[in-house]
Design a protein around this ligand. Structure first.
Ligand code: HEM
Length: 280
């Protein structure tokens, strides 16, 4: 069942050009939504102004080669491995959601543009990957929704309370859940209902970029790169330097450290990591 191409059967009712037009329309909605999001929140303007400010506060010049190496590090760390997540559980769930979504979108495009009819038989591998991508997203997404979300886990908010910030995760989950159920109930009345819900949720997902967190997948890599630059050039977002409090030079600079923090100030225990944050 997971090796069948659901779009091939659909082509008996919905012509292939209509499916292709829908996918193209969704791409335009994402591009348009992202541009409107940037204009509305002035995020690009803020980003460049902030980068200029950091440049003025820079303690050293970062060379072109170093910038290139920082860009490669951003891609191989923050982007590919979601390394910004300190919590390994949250990181694993994000990786499942991210790669599930990428695989699901890529194989949807391959199936609809290259193998839209039963005559153009799709390789079983591609159909299987379409299902695997959707399952990966559901596993990571439901895990996040039920067990990891900070407002539920740490703040005691009800599992079922929906706010606008949930638009992205809910429409992602609805799209992949209904896609999977549709693929397995195709040909029946239930199958048509599931197909309708699948299209409705995916239209909300791709059409709701302006109101959801969708565009973070484009903005976060830029922000992560900029953070690396501010660390390399010493501007450090105007934060104090990361002092080693046991360093005699630092202790000489701040002679009152032992008075406030003892003779061994680095050994301050686990701090906020002492226990899990679920006090509500
Ligand atoms: C296919 C691409 C991606 C998908 C489907 C995706 C999905 C998600 C989801 C569902 C969340 C939780 C949002 C919520 O709180 O409701 C999230 C958060 C996050 N993502 Fe992604 N993501 C993608 C790409 C990326 C990339 C490329 C980066 C970084 C380079 C990134 C960094 C983050 C970070 C730091 C958070 C936590 C902070 C926040 O909620 O804003 N994501 N992502």
């Amino acid at each position: 069942m997971f090796t069948t191409n659901p779009f091939a059967e659909l082509s008996a009712t919905i012509p292939e050009y209509a499916m292709q037009a829908y996918v193209i329309a969704m791409v335009f909605l994402v591009v348009g939504g992202t541009i409107l999001d940037m204009l509305h929140k002035k995020s690009a303007q803020y980003f460049f102004e902030n980068a200029k400010k950091a440049e003025k506060e820079a303690k050293r010049q970062v060379s072109g080669g170093e910038k290139m190496s920082l860009a490669i590090k951003t891609v191989t760390s923050e982007v590919i491995t979601s390394s910004e997540f300190a919590n390994p559980i949250r990181r694993m769930s994000h990786l499942l959601i991210m790669y599930g979504f990428i695989i699901f979108c890529a194989t949807t495009a391959i199936l609809i543009f290259m193998f839209p009819t039963p005559e153009a038989a799709a390789p079983e591998m591609v159909s299987m990957l379409w299902h695997i991508g959707a399952i990966m997203l559901c596993v990571g997404g439901y895990w996040f929704w039920f067990f990891i979300r900070v407002d539920v886990y740490s703040e005691g908010v009800s599992l079922f309370k929906l706010v606008r910030a949930d638009l992205f995760i809910v429409s992602l989950l609805a799209t992949c859940t209904f896609a999977l159920v549709w693929s397995n109930t195709q040909g029946s009345d239930l199958g048509w209902l599931m197909f309708g819900l699948f299209i409705m949720s995916s239209t909300i997902l791709f059409g709701g970029v302006l109101w959801s967190k969708f565009a973070h997948m484009f903005f976060k890599p830029a922000a992560a790169y900029q953070k690396r630059i501010t660390k390399a050039d010493g501007s450090a977002e105007n934060l104090p330097a990361d002092f080693d409090l046991t360093d005699p030079a630092v202790q000489a600079q701040f002679p009152d450290i032992p008075q406030y923090m003892g003779k061994n100030p680095a050994n301050m225990g686990l701090g906020i990591k002492r226990e899990r944050p679920n006090h509500y």
